[in-house]
Write a protein that binds this ligand. Structure first.
Ligand code: PEP
Length: 244
């Protein structure tokens, strides 16, 4: 398994000019401008990032990709092959915002995972429970069910991002014990179902900030972070990358 990974998720933010300034500042920060750091930008700006990061070891990620094949009559869709063509190394699959607002089903996500792997993109499968599911004590079962989608795939080529839905963009961070318990559970589950858990990297996401990055990233079985809001602020993002 390679080293820790920090992935910034810009969500639906950015403009050509502000992206240029943000990336310029990131390139000047040695904690960010290195291997093991990736930026997931909106599709509209991936080509811009591909150009701006051409000489950097930082990687580019898509926030989503089409469930359909590599090309065809699917107006408005962006295929895994196209994303690979412009230099994307990773693609987020099944982010909770897409599951919630775009009703992404398991069947759709399964197809996206297959397409990503076929195109040579490493999928980052996002899993997470609601506050209601956690309070009912169902969180481990919910996550194991969400991971079952990986059963037919080559697990060594997939990254899992554990993002408790109640911690995304809310400023609420899961406790260190909650993160430790869930990451251990994910690794164990992958080991049982695929026999390859050592190779599956598991990122934590959910209000990771400069002031909690050190403690979060030091937890056993936390192989990196998926960072939303704080990835838009170069100082915060630099501190998080330094913690990795
Ligand atoms: C995310 O968008 O995946 C995320 C974790 O967001 P935030 O860090 O803002 O909670």
């Amino acid at each position: 398994m390679s080293g820790k990974l920090v992935m910034g998720n810009w969500k639906m933010n950015g403009r050509l000019d502000s992206n240029r300034k943000l990336i310029k500042a990131m390139l000047e920060d040695a904690h960010i401008n290195r291997d093991g750091v990736a930026i997931a930008a909106p599709h509209a700006y991936l080509m811009q990032l591909s150009d701006l990061l051409a000489a950097s070891p930082m990687a580019i990620a898509a926030q989503d990709m089409s469930q359909f094949g590599l090309a065809g009559a699917y107006t408005g869709e962006v295929s895994a092959g196209m994303l690979h063509d412009i230099g994307c190394r990773y693609a987020l699959i099944g982010h909770s915002e897409r599951r919630q607002y775009l009703s992404e089903t398991t069947a759709v996500l399964n197809q996206k995972l297959i397409n990503a792997l076929e195109a040579g993109i490493t999928p980052v499968l996002c899993v997470g429970e609601t506050l209601q599911q956690r309070e009912a004590g169902d969180h481990l079962t919910v996550i194991r069910d969400q991971l079952d989608i990986l059963a037919q795939l080559a697990p060594t080529r997939v990254i899992v991002a554990y993002e408790p839905i109640w911690a995304i963009g809310t400023g609420k961070v899961a406790t260190l014990d909650q993160i430790r318990e869930m990451h251990t559970c994910i690794k164990q589950h992958c080991r049982q179902t695929h026999g390859g858990a050592e190779a599956v990297r598991v990122l934590y996401g959910g209000s990771v900030k400069a002031d909690n990055a050190d403690a979060t990233l030091a937890i056993d079985n936390v192989d990196g972070a998926l960072v939303g809001g704080a990835s838009l602020d170069v100082e915060s993002f630099g501190i998080i990358c330094q913690a990795c």
